[in-house]
Design a protein around this ligand. Sequence first.
Ligand code: SF4
Ligand code: SF4
Length: 315
Amino acid sequence: MADPSTNLARTIRKEAARLGFSATGFSSPVPQPLAMQRYNAMMSEHRHGEMAYMEERMEERATPEILLPGLKTIISAAISYNHPLHNTAGQPYISKYALIDDYHTVVRKKLEELLASLKTLLGKELNAIITVDSSPVLEKTWAEHSGIGKTGKNSLLIIPSAGSYLFLGEILVDKEITDNKPPLPNLCGSCSNCLESCPTGALIEPGKLDATRCISYLTIELKREFTPEESAMIGNNLFGCDQCQQVCPHNHHTTITADSSFTLHQNLLNITPETILNLTKSTFRTLFHGTPIYRTGLKRLKRNARAVANNLKTS
Ligand code: SF4
Ligand code: SF4
């Protein structure tokens, strides 16, 4: 017979599925030396580029109990944003995740509902924090540890039934919840599609990303103007890049697709660099408010559009 903690895990997973999560897992906060070693290597090799925030709060990353004293369980919840879109090669491209409402808001709201259900189930208050890219948490590591997914050679978490077009969020809670799911085996096998198709060679080894060469980093995270080399590297990508996910076989036959809360902003599907270059603050707000692009801002979007317009002209 399952113990009460395992039964609780099942009930939470069911409630999370009702809220739209594709997979939910539970980890006890054991040390993760290998993940920290990999993380530190990215910093010391300067593969994180100008993302200085990644160098901060290392102690909390390694020891999540600092974030929540009395921490017993990290609940990892993944939700799909995989809209089946077909882009035309060579056309200006916006990453799938940016064509929908900002996941920070959507996922947090769902996790707040999940936490409220957990409190109701237990009939008591709990100490908990919710994080959606808002705290220094090794989110892929905990998701792997909980047995819901495995990091692929493209450095992204893959969930067998849902692929890799996923947002992850966590609830850290001072209540022990276990379901003893073993970690998944490697899901890539002999495939190396992502490494072979990355247009900039940013995947320097299986699972090892040089963000300074990654189009997603360049078009979203980088704050300054592009160098001529960076400008050429972004090709036709106005915002983000999905190439290493598009070629992944795990995304071709998923049984789970985008949660219904992620409505597509249809008016962004065929946007051109010229339209972006003509935007004012006010028209930018009208078009992009509520999407992840709005956070990045008009200045950087126009920088990207200038580079894409130039690349399309010279291609
Ligand atoms: S997002 Fe694009 S540039 Fe970055 S690793 Fe994947 S394929 Fe390469
Ligand atoms: S494309 Fe192939 S190698 Fe890359 S993550 Fe997917 S399965 Fe793994």
